[in-house]
Design a protein around this ligand. Structure first.
Ligand code: GLC
Ligand code: CA
Length: 559
């Protein structure tokens, strides 16, 4: 039996602080701005806020490059503001989950400044330094996630350092015990402040292949994606269990790890009550449209079947294990409406359908800011308008590979991380009510139509639909079914339908959704009772046949 915990029924809302709400009109969202909007989040019904990083940072990767773990970046506010956010959250029964970035620091972190100062510096070994090859070139052919060599030469000491992400994000050397102990102290420092937990960034990269040998190239390109030498490497388990033992396990918190590429048979080591973390973000379903080579300009076709398989295979594992981390969007992804729905069909029905199908799976649902009002991708006119470091890399590499500017920009439109980072659309006033000055990133030009104010005013808005879904999860007769119930497959091979059953102590519900824009008739072969929630007014059902209109999603109690 699963042990029940305080966060089981929660819904987690991800805030990207830079883009949420600007309280002091400098164009940048901040911590006070989050406090100002806590009542909005309370009203939505969420229980935990995951905050993307707010630590002191030069913002090369928008805060995922930390220069001081013990300080808040000025543009976001102060330590006092952070304390106040935790306090004000507690008053409303909302816990704060911070982002924990411990695979790397900023190159402006004091540890790195010391480390690079000389080979004999006591912090030298805090990072991964290697000699050049005899001809002066990089130690091996590993390619960083953001493009280019994963090695940066430092003239001062004539060695290279390793960076899985940008060159301003040098990787910490987890083989060094002193590094690990310092990180654990820091984690506990924050947990002592009363956080509800951590979202753990890029954690499956902390162990490297310590032979640092070349990776085999399959496409004749000089550089090979670093994953083969740095992702889920043998021996990582020792680091992860030590991390948990020294930190998380001492507190009553929830942890969720960013963990691409963990094979399903290993999920039990990584998540659940005995795993390294409580929850895991898996990416198979959200990266369906990303080609093997990771290049945005080679879009990949995907099918509903693949999407369902990606989600359902994990669900089967979670039946025995606990909970999945349920999400369609985050700050690294384009908007789900653009990804999953064809452009002319994006709207209320399709948005509510997407919400229904992922929210009621077995797990803890995450909402990414703006998803709850149906925000969509931006389409900035020039690459100059983009801020995201990986968009700029992808654009340049497309141009290098011979694409035109228009083609390169089109790929960025589709896949840019700025799609999810454009300012939150609060109302129809200038700059969408996010700020009174020029925002750090342009507002989506559909803000007059898509915004929180409109959503609050209309009873059948996407926002109100999310509220009802959350209410169904937290407060209804079906709450235990939704939270603890077993996932059972249903019509899993159907080419148009997304459906499943959940069951707990003889109580059942059926989620049934038309994933596309054509009418469709479905034979149920099961006895349905009342409609628990639906994105259309009346469900047309006769005998056991249901007529589903475009993007119709309906949840039935099952007899
Ligand atoms: C994670 C974050 C992403 C960041 C990267 C490096 O993938 O989600 O935003 O760029 O780690 O820290
Ligand atoms: Ca501000």
């Amino acid at each position: 039996m699963l042990k029940k915990r305080w966060w089981d029924k929660s819904v987690i809302y991800q805030v990207y602080p830079k883009s949420f709400y600007d309280s002091n009109n400098d164009g940048i969202g901040d911590i006070k701005g989050i406090v100002d909007k806590l009542d909005y989040l309370k009203d939505l019904g969420i229980g935990i806020i995951w905050l993307s990083p707010v630590y002191k940072s030069p913002m090369d990767d928008n805060g995922y490059d930390i220069m001081d773990y013990y300080d808040i970046d000025k543009q976001f506010g102060s330590m006092e503001d952070m304390g106040n956010l935790i306090k004000e959250g507690n008053k409303r029964n909302i816990k704060i989950m911070m982002d924990l970035v411990i695979n790397h620091t900023s190159d402006e972190h004091n540890w790195f400044i010391e480390s690079r100062s000389s080979k004999s510096n006591p912090k030298r070994d805090f990072y991964i330094w290697k000699d050049p090859k005899p001809d002066g070139s990089a130690p091996n052919n590993w390619k960083s996630i953001f493009g280019g060599f994963a090695w940066e030469y430092d003239d001062n000491t004539k060695q290279y350092y390793l960076h899985v992400f940008s060159k301003k994000q040098p990787d910490l050397n987890w083989e060094n015990e002193e590094v690990r102990m310092k990180l654990y102290d820091m984690v506990n420092y924050w947990l002592d402040k009363g956080l509800g937990g951590f979202r753990v960034d890029a954690i499956t990269y902390i162990k490297k292949d310590n032979t640092f040998k070349n990776l085999e190239s399959t496409n004749n390109e000089e550089l090979v994606n670093i994953n083969g030498g740095s992702l889920n490497q043998k021996g990582i388990e020792d680091f992860l269990s030590e991390l948990k033992k020294n930190t998380f396990s001492k507190y009553d918190i929830v942890t969720v790890a960013e963990a691409p590429g963990i094979p399903r048979e290993k999920l039990k080591d990584y998540s659940g009550a005995n795993g390294f973390f409580d929850l895991l973000f898996e990416f198979e379903h959200s990266d369906l449209d990303v080609a093997e080579d990771g290049k945005w300009y080679t879009p990949k076709k995907w099918t509903l079947q693949e999407f369902k398989d990606a989600l359902f295979k994990s669900q089967e594992v979670y039946n025995d294990l606990g909970f999945g981390a349920l999400f369609l969007e985050n700050h690294d992804q384009p908007r789900s409406l653009n990804k999953f729905i064809k452009e002319s069909d994006i709207g209320q029905a399709s948005a509510k359908m997407l919400a229904t199908i992922y929210f009621l799976l077995k797990g803890i649902p995450f909402i990414y800011q703006g998803e709850e009002i149906g925000m969509t991708n931006v389409k900035y006119e020039s690459i100059e308008d983009y801020n995201d470091i990986s968009s700029i890399d992808q654009y340049n590499s497309a141009i290098n590979d011979g694409l035109s500017k228009e083609e390169a920009l089109e790929a960025v439109h589709r896949r840019s991380r700025d799609n999810g980072r454009s300012p939150m659309q609060w109302d129809d006033s200038k700059n969408s009510g996010f700020t009174e000055v020029e925002p750090w990133l342009k507002v989506n030009n559909n803000y007059e139509e898509i915004n929180v104010k409109n959503n609050l005013e209309s009873e059948d808005s996407i926002l109100n639909y999310y509220k009802n879904l959350i209410d169904l999860r937290r407060n209804s007769d079906y709450s235990d079914v939704i939270v603890y119930g077993k996932y059972i497959e249903f019509m899993e091979d159907d080419k148009n339908i997304f459906a499943y059953i959940r069951e707990y102590e003889n109580k059942k519900l059926l989620v049934l959704a038309n994933f596309y824009g054509e009418n469709i008739k479905v034979k149920l072969n099961c006895n349905v009772d009342k409609v628990l929630i639906s994105n259309y007014d009346l469900t047309s059902i006769s005998n056991d046949e249901v007529y589903l209109r475009p993007y119709e999603a309906v949840v039935f109690g099952v007899l």
